[in-house]
Design a protein around this ligand. Structure first.
Ligand code: ADP
Ligand code: ADP
Length: 226
């Protein structure tokens, strides 16, 4: 079973930019997968299409066999997304932010409350759970984004540049959490423009450049060729 299957995916934005020029990719269930590429390569566009925030121009995207284009809500029920930019309401408290996210998935309130506590604790945010989130540090805000993405206990966790601009200590604690999530069986895909991050964490890797996959292999083989 594949967590993700992408077949000949293309995206041309309205301004004419061809962000994806026929991308095909499979990610196995349980994998820890890196999508590596320079700025502008198409990583966010690909993640956007998989998580249904961006419409594709053509091609097919399946999440655990469910088509993002044709079975949107089923496909989305499998995904937790950690976008690159902090996009929660900073006047809300972490606890509210995580509980409210559960509402989008129709998760019962009692379960949502339980999970909010569980994931805020795991991400070392429980002591800030009832503080306005605008008062959190940058690293705490990033961890809150992860806690929010976990509320539907996704089978596939996608993180777009999760540690961009985060200092090394916080980066390590985020890596630890994400590794734990993967060890517990969740498939993880992250985008990064640091080979080091991919190397530290991931098993398999695809390199994207100018809207095309230029390499798709396991990390060890890739490092052997460098
Ligand atoms: P879609 O084809 O998915 O509807 P659009 O082409 O409408 O996407 O673009 C969405 C928004 O992003 C527009 O407001 C557009 O101006 C803006 N945008 C344009 N160029 C860029 C860019 N290079 N990076 C990010 N956003 C951009
Ligand atoms: P990456 O995440 O690898 O930095 P993106 O997917 O953000 O790459 O961008 C791929 C290309 O598409 C870039 O040329 C970017 O400027 C362009 N682009 C991204 N979003 C938009 C948008 N909404 N409208 C128009 N062009 C966009």
């Amino acid at each position: 079973m594949y967590a993700l299957e992408v077949n000949n995916l293309k995206k041309t934005y309205r301004n004419g930019v061809q962000a994806l020029k026929g991308v095909s990719l499979n990610v196995r269930e349980g994998d820890f997968f890196a999508l590596l590429g320079p700025n502008g390569a198409g990583k966010s566009t690909l993640i956007g299409i998989v998580s249904s925030l961006v419409n594709s121009s053509s091609g097919e995207t399946l999440v655990f066999g469910a088509s993002v284009q044709k079975q949107r809500s089923l496909a989305m029920s499998y995904i937790g997304l950690v976008p690159q930019e902090i996009n929660f309401n900073q006047f809300e408290k972490p606890f509210e932010i995580v509980v409210n996210q559960a509402g989008y998935y129709g998760i019962p309130r009692a379960t949502a409350i339980e999970r909010a506590e569980k994931y805020l604790r795991q991400l070392h945010l429980w002591d800030k759970a009832f503080t306005q989130s605008r008062n959190l540090s940058g690293g705490m805000k990033r961890r809150l984004m992860i806690a929010r993405a976990m509320v539907n206990e996704p089978r596939l966790l996608i993180l777009d540049e999760p540690t961009a601009g985060v200092d090394i200590e916080i980066r390590r604690s985020m890596w630890e959490f994400i590794e734990g999530i993967n060890e517990s069986g969740t498939t993880v895909i992250l985008t990064t423009h640091y080979l080091e991050e991919a190397e530290q964490l991931c098993r398999n890797i695809a390199i994207i450049d100018q809207g095309r996959i230029v390499e798709n292999t396991d990390i060890k083989s890739l490092l052997a060729t460098l």
